[in-house]
Design a protein around this ligand. Sequence first.
Ligand code: TXA
Ligand code: MG
Length: 323
Amino acid sequence: MMSEETRKGAEIIRRGGVVAFPTETVYGLGADAFNPIAVARVFEVKRRPYFDPLIVHLATLKDLDRLVREIPSKAERLIEKFWPGPLTLVLFKKEEVPEIVTSGLQTVAVRMPKHPMTLQLIQLAETPIVGPSANPFGYLSPTRAEDVQEQLGDQVDFILDGGPCEVGVESTIVSFAEEGPALLRAGGIPLEEIESIIGKVNITKSGEKGPLAPGMLPKHYAPRTPVLLNWDEASPEELKEKRIGLLAFREPMVFFNFSHIEILSKKGDLREAAANLFSAMRRLDRLGLDLILAEPVPEVGLGRAIMDRLRKASSTLKGEGGS
Ligand code: TXA
Ligand code: MG
């Protein structure tokens, strides 16, 4: 099925425009990866610093050929197993990939998204497309077309509505730029599943790499309302008379008079929790609360990606933004 909307989006991308597009993870801000001027506009719309490189989305393995020099055998095994899907690989780039896409790095981040509309969009546009999450730099990622409309609606040429995102957190990023594979960002494919295919993956601590992986900056994915991850960080006095929202993992035992409660998954399912995470935080953020208290989730499977987002949302370091 080929929708008129997808055709229109592809046409705009071919002409060098910026189109917000759905993926299985979050909505992206798309432009022709081989058109540096179009890519520059993506940075402008997002107010993203030029040192933070973009992920290139592709629809076929032929596209991959245009972008990367070589594919290590472990990367190939991951591609076979997880593409299309929420896995981004950092590989050495071909000369032709514009520097603005990779912030001057010798590597490029690539992924094949799992959303029929997106794959069609890329194919009709006849070019791989860059796609940072379609949010202003540092804010929560959008998981619905309405979220994009609300924040960047007047700045993009078109929003392709593909419904709510199924996975709800960004792709897992694995880099092959150094000796062994390294996890740069926990995401939609659990680390355990990746290691079951290629063995041990190095875990790079947040921020360790500095500007090499700027998405790892501590403050990131943050609502405007302060987020607290542990009750212990605040004294009871500090919490008195405050309007506090609860972001609960599962059905909570309520022992405090919360102004509002969002439950990520009643039955405590991490997959469901990930899918609901950003929209639940957005709803809480709209209420003008004094504080959002977030309940930690178990750090296994998708729980690793959820905790990474919650830690970054709750980081008190101000002035440092994320993708
Ligand atoms: O699920 C996703 O990955 C979404 C959807 C739209 O595909 N996209 C996304 O893009 O999350 P963005 O720009 O918000 O995050 C991309 C991350 C950034 O942290 C960036 O620093 C990192 O990927 N990155 C991109 N290219 C890189 C490279 N060559 N080396 C290291 N990190 C890179
Ligand atoms: Mg982002």
